[in-house]
Ligand binder design. Structure first.
Ligand SMILES: Cc1ncc(COP(=O)(O)O)c(C=O)c1O
Length: 606
C-alpha cells in the first residue's frame, strides 16, 4: 500500500499564528504532528522543521516496506479491558522476526487522533501493557482537564517528548554498536536477546531513559565513570576550559592542562615515571607501551629483544597490536591471522587456582616460578612483560596476590626485561590505592592509564615511563625518536577533565571514603556468598565479583536483562557477576545493587 504523506497549513486567526501539520499514513499506522511558528521560531523555520520531520518519517517507514503488518490486535482495542489500548505484532517475512508492541490511542483536545507505542523488547510484555494503559489514562485525563479549562482556540501542544521506541529504531537503523552481535538486539523472544537501552541523561550513579525508567550504573559505564554522571565539579572545569582552549596539536605546541596533568601524574608515582605520552583510548596506550619498549631496546643496542610476555586471560585492548598481548579467545580468534607476533602467554596467578592448603600468595609464587623458568631461557630476546596488576578485568575480574607483582618485578630486573603495568581498568583508586602496583611496593617501567583518568568524561589515555626510557630516545637522529602520534594526543579538554578528577581525589580524600564503601559492598554481597550456585566471592577495593555455577550458555544475557528490569546496570562477563560502581554510591544505592543482583540471579537461574 502506498504511503500517504502530507504537509498542510492551518491558520489560527485569533492568535495570528500558523501551523504546519505533517501527516504520514501507511495501512493502519498514522503519524501526525504540528509545527507552529510560536514553538519553532519563524514561519520559515516551522515549515523547514515540518519538511524535515516528514522526510524522517518517510525514511523510517520505508524500512517497513518489506514487512507485513499482521492484524493480531487481540480483541480489537480492548485487550486490557481499557478501550484504546491494543497489542500489535509485525512479522518480517524474510527474517521471520516478530516485533510486538502495545499502543495507546486517544483523541487529543484538537480532535486529532494520537498514539504512543511501548515496545515489548524494551519494556517487557507486562510493563509495556501497563505503560500503555497509564499513558492512555494520563492523556484522557489531560484532555478532559483541558476541555474544562482551555479556550477554544488554544495553540497546538508542543511536540511530545522523545520516546524510547523512536531512539531504539533510529539507533538500530544507523549505529553499529561495539562488542555486539547486532542481531541480538532484534529478537525479543530469542534467549540471546540483548536489550538496547536509550539513555536520555545521567545524574550521579543513575542513568535515565526517555520514558522515565532509570538504572543504577553498577559498572561505571564500562569502568570509566568515577564520580558520577554530570558531576558538577568536572562540568565546571570543562566549561572553564572551553572558554580558553578546546584543542591544539601537541606536536610543536604545548598547553597548561597537559603540562599540569603530566607533572601531577609523575608526582603520584613519586617522580619515578618522569614523562607522560598521551593518546585517546586504552588500546592505543597498550600499543604505545609495546612500541616504546621495543624501540628502547633497539636504541640501546639490543635489537634482539623483540618479544613480549602476557598472562593467561590477559586483556590489553582490541586493536591489532594490542591483540598480540590479549589472551581472550572471543576477541582474538577471528583476527589471529592478522597478529604477526603474538606474545608468549604465561600462567596467570589467578587466586582461584589454589590447590587445597594453598594461599593466593602460593599461587602467585607458582606463576612467578613459570615466569622465571621462561626468562632464564628466553630473557635475552624478551622486551617486556605486560600485566594487569591485581585484577585481570576482562578475564572475569580474576584477582591475584600482590606477591606476583613483587616477584615479577625482581625477575624483570634480573633478566633486563621491562615491566609494563596496564592500569587502564585498575588504576585511579579502583583497587583501594591510587595505583594498583603500589600494593606490591614496586614501580613499573611503563604504566598505562585510561578509562577513569578523565572521570569517565572524555577519551584520554596516557603512558608514563621512567626517565631512562625517555632518555634513550634523545638523539640527533629523528629515526631514534618515538615517532608515534594521534590527532587528539593531549587534548586540553580531556586533560582538564583529568585534572578535575585528580582535584576530587585530593579534596575529598576519596581513597579513605572508598574503604568504607568497600566494606558496605562486602556486607551487601555477603548473603549471596552462601548461595548454592555462587563460588569465589572476591573483592579488591571497589571491585567485587563472584562466579555462578550454571550450564546455561545464556546466563550472562539473562542476568543482564533481569538486572535492567530491576533498575540496575550489571553486565556479567561469562558466568562472572561483578560490581564496579562509581565512587559516589551511597549506602542506599549499594543496597539497591544488592537487591537487584539477588533478584537477577534468581531470575537468571530459574
Ligand atoms: C586492562 C585493559 N587494558 C586495555 C583496555 C582497552 O581500553 P579501550 O577499550 O579504551 O581501548 C581495557 C578495556 O577494558 C582494559 O580493561
Amino acid at each position: 500500500m502506498p504511503l500517504h504523506r502530507n504537509i498542510t497549513r492551518v491558520d489560527d486567526d485569533a492568535k495570528g499564528m500558523h501551523a504546519w501539520i505533517v501527516t504520514v499514513q501507511r495501512q493502519d499506522e498514522r503519524v501526525s504532528r504540528p509545527f507552529s511558528d510560536g514553538v519553532h521560531g519563524g514561519r520559515k523555520e516551522a515549515l523547514a522543521a515540518a519538511i524535515a520531520y516528514r522526510d524522517l518519517l518517510l525514511a523510517r517507514h520505508s524500512q517497513f516496506e518489506h514487512q507485513v503488518w499482521v492484524r493480531s490486535r487481540l480483541r480489537r482495542n480492548n485487550v486490557s479491558g481499557i478501550p484504546g489500548v491494543g497489542r500489535y505484532e509485525t512479522l518480517n517475512p524474510k527474517t521471520k522476526h516478530r516485533t510486538i508492541f502495545w499502543l495507546a490511542t486517544w483523541v487529543d483536545e484538537h480532535g486529532r487522533s494520537r498514539k504512543r507505542k511501548f515496545s515489548v523488547p524494551y519494556h517487557g510484555e507486562h510493563r509495556a501493557k501497563q505503560l500503555a494503559i497509564a499513558e492512555r489514562e494520563r492523556q484522557l485525563f489531560r484532555v478532559c482537564a483541558l476541555k474544562d479549562a482551555a479556550p477554544v482556540n488554544a495553540t497546538p501542544p508542543p511536540p511530545p517528548p522523545s520516546a524510547n521506541a523512536d531512539w531504539l529504531a533510529r539507533s538500530q537503523a544507523a549505529v553499529w554498536h561495539p562488542c555486539t552481535q547486532m542481531r541480538h538486539h532484534a529478537h525479543a523472544d530469542s534467549p540471546e536477546y540483548l536489550p538496547l537501552a536509550p539513555i536520555a541523561r545521567g545524574q550521579g550513579a543513575w542513568l535515565h531513559d526517555f520514558d522515565g525508567k532509570r538504572y543504577l550504573d553498577g559498572i561505571s559505564s564500562w569502568w570509566t565513570n568515577l564520580f558520577g554522571h554530570a558531576n558538577p565539579r568536572i562540568n565546571a572545569a570543562l566549561r572553564a576550559q572551553l572558554k580558553t582552549l578546546e584543542h591544539v596539536m601537541l606536536a610543536g605546541f604545548t598547553h597548561r592542562p597537559v603540562v599540569e596533568l603530566s607533572e601531577r601524574l609523575s608526582a603520584l608515582t613519586g617522580g619515578v615515571l618522569g614523562h607522560a605520552f598521551y593518546a585517546s583510548d586504552g588500546a592505543s596506550a597498550t600499543e604505545i607501551a609495546l612500541k616504546m619498549s621495543f624501540h628502547y631496546w633497539r636504541n640501546v643496542g639490543r635489537p634482539d629483544k623483540t618479544e613480549f610476555l602476557c598472562l593467561a586471560g590477559a586483556y590489553h585492548g582490541e586493536t591489532v597490536g594490542a591483540l598480540a598481548v590479549t589472551d581472550v579467545a572471543i576477541f582474538k580468534d577471528a583476527y589471529a591471522p592478522l597478529v604477526r607476533h603474538a606474545a608468549r602467554v604465561l600462567p596467570s596467578p589467578d587466586a582461584r587456582l589454589a590447590e587445597p592448603g594453598e594461599t593466593p600468595a602460593d599461587v602467585a609464587r607458582r606463576a612467578a616460578a613459570a615466569l622465571d623458568r621462561y626468562l632464564q631461557e628466553h630473557g635475552g630476546r624478551t622486551a617486556a612483560l605486560i600485566v594487569e596488576p591485581l585484577v585481570q578485568g576482562a578475564a572475569g575480574m580474576v584477582m591475584h596476590d600482590p606477591e606476583y607483582l613483587r616477584l615479577a618485578r625482581a625477575l624483570c630486573d634480573r633478566h633486563e626485561v621491562h615491566l609494563i603495568c596496564d592500569e587502564i581498568a585498575v588504576g585511579c583508586g579502583r583497587t583501594g590505592t591510587f595505583f594498583a602496583h603500589e600494593q606490591a611496593g614496586i614501580h613499573p617501567d611503563l604504566l598505562c592509564l585510561s578509562k577513569g583518568i578523565s572521570g569517565g568524561y572524555l577519551p584520554l589515555s596516557v603512558v608514563l615511563c621512567r626517565d631512562a626510557i625517555y632518555e634513550a630516545f634523545l638523539d640527533d637522529s629523528t629515526a631514534r625518536a618515538f615517532l608515534h602520534s594521534h590527532s587528539y594526543t593531549g587534548n586540553p579538554l580531556a586533560c582538564r577533565a583529568a585534572l578535575a578528577t585528580l582535584d576530587i581525589f585530593a579534596e575529598d580524600d576519596v581513597l579513605a571514603a572508598n574503604r568504607l564503601r568497600a566494606q558496605q559492598i562486602a556486607a551487601a554481597l555477603e548473603p549471596l556468598a552462601v548461595h548454592p550456585h555462587v563460588r569465589h566471592m572476591r573483592q579488591r577495593g571497589m571491585i567485587a565479583a563472584f562466579d555462578v555455577i550454571t550450564n546455561d550458555p545464556h546466563f550472562s544475557r539473562r542476568f543482564y536483562r533481569a538486572a535492567l528490569d530491576n533498575e540496575a546496570l550489571i553486565r556479567p562477563i561469562g558466568n562472572t557477576v561483578y560490581w564496579m560502581p562509581p565512587y559516589i554510591v551511597d549506602a542506599a544505592e549499594i543496597a539497591h545493587l544488592g537487591t537487584a543482583t539477588a533478584r537477577a540471579l534468581e531470575c537468571a537461574l530459574a
